[in-house]
Design a protein around this ligand. Structure first.
Ligand code: SF4
Length: 238
């Protein structure tokens, strides 16, 4: 299965609460001015987002060849074992188009840095939703209704180069295998994706216990985002 998805932007537009959480500020300390700016940034997002995704079913056994990348991964990490224990996996890339990043740059360049910053945060929150949307599309593919009870127990989560021990240079082999140029995505020489705020990685469909892991890897002390915690909570409750 290889498929391009023209995504509905309503599925990925973040709520104001998600935007607040992304900034790690307490909800009660959000001023009316910030609320207005958030609303403006979300409206810009709704106007400019052009979300598209690409997914290709991938044999789990082929993952070590992708994961090894340029040999720069941490010696430990959760991803190889999660993939090895998964029922099904797919390579995935998705983007919101380049108009949003261009708008951010334009706002910064023309004296509206605060709104530019807020739009950047909205884009980051939307990227989280984009990843979840791609996971739910993979599950829908695996489990069209009516669905066996066993399959209903399966949860899909995505794991990306640049996080949790998988070195960002892993993008190179991932892109070579998936070829997301078809949806307008590319890599620069430092493995940064264009358009900015795009996502790529592997979706692993597995029982929830496979996705549970601690934060005791060698690289965790340097991690500020700790996204694994929030993502697991959403998966447990989803
Ligand atoms: S703490 Fe950070 S680096 Fe460690 S597993 Fe979680 S997200 Fe990955």
């Amino acid at each position: 299965m290889r498929k391009i998805f023209e995504l509905d932007r309503r599925d990925i537009v973040p709520t104001p609460l998600e935007v607040v959480k992304m900034q790690k500020i307490p909800e009660r300390s959000v001023s009316p001015r910030i609320v207005r700016m958030m609303d403006e940034a979300i409206a810009l997002f709704e106007d400019l987002a052009r979300p598209r995704g690409l997914m290709e079913y991938f044999e789990t056994g082929g993952f070590p060849g992708i994961y090894e990348g340029g040999g720069l991964n941490a010696p430990d990490g959760p991803v190889p074992s999660i993939v090895a224990r998964s029922e099904a996996t797919a390579l995935m890339a998705a983007t919101m188009g380049d108009a949003l990043a261009l708008k951010c740059a334009d706002l910064f360049a023309h004296g509206s840095a605060s709104l530019g910053y807020m739009l950047d945060v909205v884009n980051s929150a939307a990227a989280e939703r984009l990843g979840r949307r791609m996971c739910s599309l993979f599950l829908e593919h695996l489990c069209p209704e009516p669905c066996e009870e066993k399959i209903k127990e399966i949860k899909a989560q995505y794991y990306c180069p640049g996080h949790c021990g998988w070195h960002i240079s892993g993008q190179e082999k991932l892109f070579a295998a998936l070829n997301p140029g078809e949806i307008g995505m590319s890599l620069n020489e430092r493995w940064v994706m264009r358009p900015l705020k795009s996502i790529s990685g592997i979706i692993a469909a597995a029982p929830i216990e496979v996705h549970r892991f601690g934060q005791d890897f060698s690289f965790c002390p340097a991690c500020r985002e700790r996204k694994c915690i929030e993502r697991l909570i959403m998966l447990e409750n989803g």
